[in-house]
Design a protein around this ligand. Structure first.
Ligand code: PMP
Length: 402
């Protein structure tokens, strides 16, 4: 059996060793004689596995005791709604006297996913949506998501119920820098210090690819599993405990009611087992995270992921000089380590590039339909050697084109 190298954006590649182990677990989980997709989520064996999964995240990301780790379903899109509902309930309990139009939700819009999140907030109501910044006016054609805007472009509300950003924009290939104070980092310094700011970050496509800067300053960090961690179906939340609020008490004061499966308090009280969780996705995630720990955890992945991206951007740069490739996001503008997006220049060149890649087993490189071009997703399961195979192909393509 030959496996392709899968550069897809999600669902995406998983480590072969994990899939082989999981094949055994599907037949017999932890010596129980029952497969993982068949065993009760209330069994002792599964309970231990879930506790261990939480520990693997807590230790590798240094999650402080102020924050709970919760598991749920519904993906990133589910959290577009849940973050708004839970944090509006919190704001209502803190400021019951305010009318809906006096509450604000601040959105930092740097790509199509944060744009969608802001649209959902508008749909739900209960507060005004303030666009703290929109990256498009700062782009090369004034309408693209191709940059992280300068810090002086942001305008935050005085006491928002939520401050939202997407750390890595999967479609557009734009990512905040993880270097504190860098021009493309999230502008934490613009927020009043030493208060419990309601900062929400969508880490769907970069979770556990490198350490999370200022993790302790966040109210909610969330990620769907289907990029770096496991199969779709599992959503991971890191929630500061002051954001786990009694949503029913807030509803009595006029807040939008929160469905129980979306309430952080319901999830926390039930230790993520209020309803049947995605047992199989949790299982694979546990195997992936154990493997990550064995390989050296976040420092190892940060180093390897940085190198993979740098090498790929370097060959794109070579291609730019020869008029063959063109990166969508300029150097220094907030380039993603996870999703590298570029054009192949010339009539019919893109399909020639993609079919040449596929012939070498380099698959799922086609860019998102809204931006076109090529998108190479370099998630954790793509080894440096596999990234090098793509780079070698691009060098060959360059040589043949010039
Ligand atoms: N946010 C980001 C950054 C994403 O990449 C995605 C999915 N590609 C989503 C949110 C939506 O996630 P889901 O499909 O799990 O609802």
């Amino acid at each position: 059996m030959t496996r392709a190298i899968n550069f897809g954006a999600g669902p995406s590649a998983l480590p072969l060793s994990v899939l082989e182990e999981a094949a055994q677990g599907l037949l017999n989980f932890k010596g129980t004689g029952i497969g993982i997709a068949e065993i009760s989520h209330r069994s002792a064996e599964f309970g231990d596995f879930l506790t261990n999964l939480e520990n693997l995240i807590r230790t590798q990301l240094n999650v402080p005791p102020t924050h709970s780790i919760l598991f749920t379903q519904g993906g990133g899109c589910g959290q577009f709604s849940a973050t708004v509902l839970n944090l509006l309930a919190r704001h209502r309990l803190l400021h019951p006297e305010l009318a809906d139009e006096e509450r604000t939700l601040d959105y930092v819009i740097t790509g199509s996913w944060s744009k969608k999140a802001a649209e959902e907030a508008r749909r739900l109501g209960g507060a005004k949506v303030n666009v703290a910044v929109d990256a498009r006016p700062y782009s090369k054609d004034a309408k693209s998501f191709d940059n992280i805007p300068p810090h002086n472009a942001y305008t935050f509300s005085p006491d928002p119920a939520l401050i939202y950003y997407c750390e890595n924009e999967t479609v557009d290939g734009v990512q905040f820098s993880n270097e504190d104070g860098a021009p493309t980092s999230f502008p934490f310094e613009l927020l009043p210090p030493n208060t419990l700011q309601p900062i929400v970050a969508d880490y769907s496509s970069s979770f556990m690819s490198r350490p999370i800067p200022r993790l302790a300053d966040h109210a909610v960090i969330y990620a769907g599993a289907q990029k770096n961690i496991g199969p779709a179906g599992l959503t991971i939340l890191i929630v500061r405990q002051d954001c786990i609020v009694d949503v029913d008490a807030a509803a009595k004061l006029g807040a939008v009611p929160v469905p129980l499966t979306m309430s952080y308090k319901t999830l926390a009280d039930a230790k993520s087992l209020y309803n049947t969780p995605s047992v199989f996705s949790i299982y694979i995630a546990g195997l992936v995270l154990q493997r990550m720990k064995d390989q050296g955890g976040m420092p190892h992945y940060e180093e390897v992921n940085k190198r993979k991206a740098e090498k790929l951007y370097a060959v794109i740069k070579e291609g730019e000089e020869k008029g063959v490739f063109q990166a969508k996001v300029k150097e220094g503008a907030g380039r993603s380590w996870m999703n590298v997006v570029f054009d192949v220049l010339g009539e019919g060149a893109l399909s020639k590039f993609i079919s040449g890649a596929e012939a070498k087993g380099l698959k799922a490189l086609k860019g998102h339909r809204s931006v076109g071009g090529v998108r190479a997703s370099l998630y954790n399961a793509i080894s440096e050697d596999q990234a090098d195979q793509l780079i070698a192909y691009m060098k060959e393509y360059l040589a043949a084109s010039t």
